[in-house]
Design a protein around this ligand. Structure first.
Ligand code: AMP
Ligand code: FES
Ligand code: ZN
Ligand code: ZN
Length: 321
């Protein structure tokens, strides 16, 4: 990850990574120090949680969520994991394996939900049943099940592994559409409201590359491949666009996103529809919703009634488009 012979900025020992946005190289120890500092700063600046809070970390088996779980445990927080089996063929089987091994090797508590076993559907089937892109059913299922698991388990905060690259890409998309509602809610911490638990993203000051390096130096094995049915989605193309800007102007991504949080987000406070609108209780599950039946209950009903769709069918359809 760095040129042979480069030295750590702090201790002058051989470096393992160069970080152009910091205009420096770092050894394994000082890379970890930088990551710990950036996570602590995010937790403190945004008042995410304290050591007395019980955290539920949503872990996908990828580098970011395993890294954040590792960093939180190392920092002394009480953090259990939550893995959701999405039924995306081998990708899900492999991801679950990485999460289970990580938890077992460290003696950590892992909660698991399986969409097919527990709710009678999976993401490929939901995609076909709703006629929408797989990420839409996937995102809706994950958001609901994170909230529900946290409330049922008595956790104070749901933690996800979203990093600076993820948040900058989402911000880029929301800005291209001037989606004020989403922009107003794009914060690294969302307070507990209307029956939803508090949510926090402690990695918003750290990049994908830094998290991959964290896993490497800490010996964390993670699923490297991306979700096979998300390939070609807009989020990935926004990431590529921002990466090419970052190559020419190191630090541009961080200043785009962190500058938004500092200077723009305060101006948008109170502009989201959820902040303004009235919420009812879903007539089936009792969750807060703007309609009569919540989007999740509608999704489960439609998808569980559909015959199971193997992941390959969704892949083939995606390629033909
Ligand atoms: P993604 O939406 O795939 O970019 O993932 C964003 C975050 O959601 C990850 O960093 C995890 O914290 C969480 N996450 C994604 N997939 C899962 C999953 N299958 N089970 C639990 N948490 C997940
Ligand atoms: Fe959700 Fe791929 S992980 S659609
Ligand atoms: Zn060093
Ligand atoms: Zn409902």
């Amino acid at each position: 990850m760095t040129a042979v012979g480069s030295k750590c900025r702090v201790c002058k020992e051989p470096a393992v990574i160069d970080l152009p946005r910091h205009n420096a190289h770092f050894c394994a120890e000082h890379l970890q120090q930088l990551c710990r500092r950036q996570m602590t700063k995010a937790i403190e600046d945004f008042d995410m949680f304290s050591p007395s809070d019980r955290l539920l970390v949503a872990v996908s088996g990828g580098k970011d969520s395993l890294a954040v779980w590792d960093m939180l445990i190392e920092a002394g927080y009480q953090a259990d994991g939550l893995y959701i089996g999405l039924g995306i063929g081998e990708y899900s089987t492999d991801s679950g394996g990485y999460v289970r091994r990580f938890a077992a090797e460290r003696g950590l508590t892992l909660r698991e939900i399986d969409l097919r076993t527990d709710y009678g559907y999976d993401v490929p089937t939901a995609a076909r049943a709703t006629g929408r892109v797989p990420c839409s059913a996937c995102g809706l299922s994950k958001r609901r099940l994170f909230d529900q698991a946290a409330l049922e388990g008595g956790y104070d905060v749901v933690v996800t592994g979203h990093n600076l690259d993820d948040e900058a890409a989402v911000l880029f998309g929301n800005t291209l559409r001037w989606d004020i509602d989403y922009l107003a809610r794009q914060l690294p911490v969302l307070p507990a409201t209307n029956g939803f638990p508090k949510k926090a993203k402690p990695l918003v000051r750290l990049t994908e590359r830094e998290m991959a390096a964290w896993c490497l130096v800490r010996g964390i094995d993670y699923v490297v491949e991306e979700c096979p049915i998300a390939a070609g989605n807009k989020h990935l193309s926004y990431k590529e666009t921002l990466n090419s800007i970052e190559m020419k102007s190191p630090g541009a991504k961080a200043s785009f996103y962190l500058g938004f949080l500092e200077r723009m987000a305060p101006m948008l406070a109170g502009h989201s529809a959820a902040a303004a609108g009235e919420l009812n209780e879903c007539s089936q599950c009792g969750s807060p919703t703007t309609g009569e039946i919540c989007a999740f209950c509608r999704l489960v009903e439609k998808s569980a009634a559909h015959e199971p769709v193997p992941v390959e069918m969704v892949l083939t359809r995606g390629r033909r488009r």
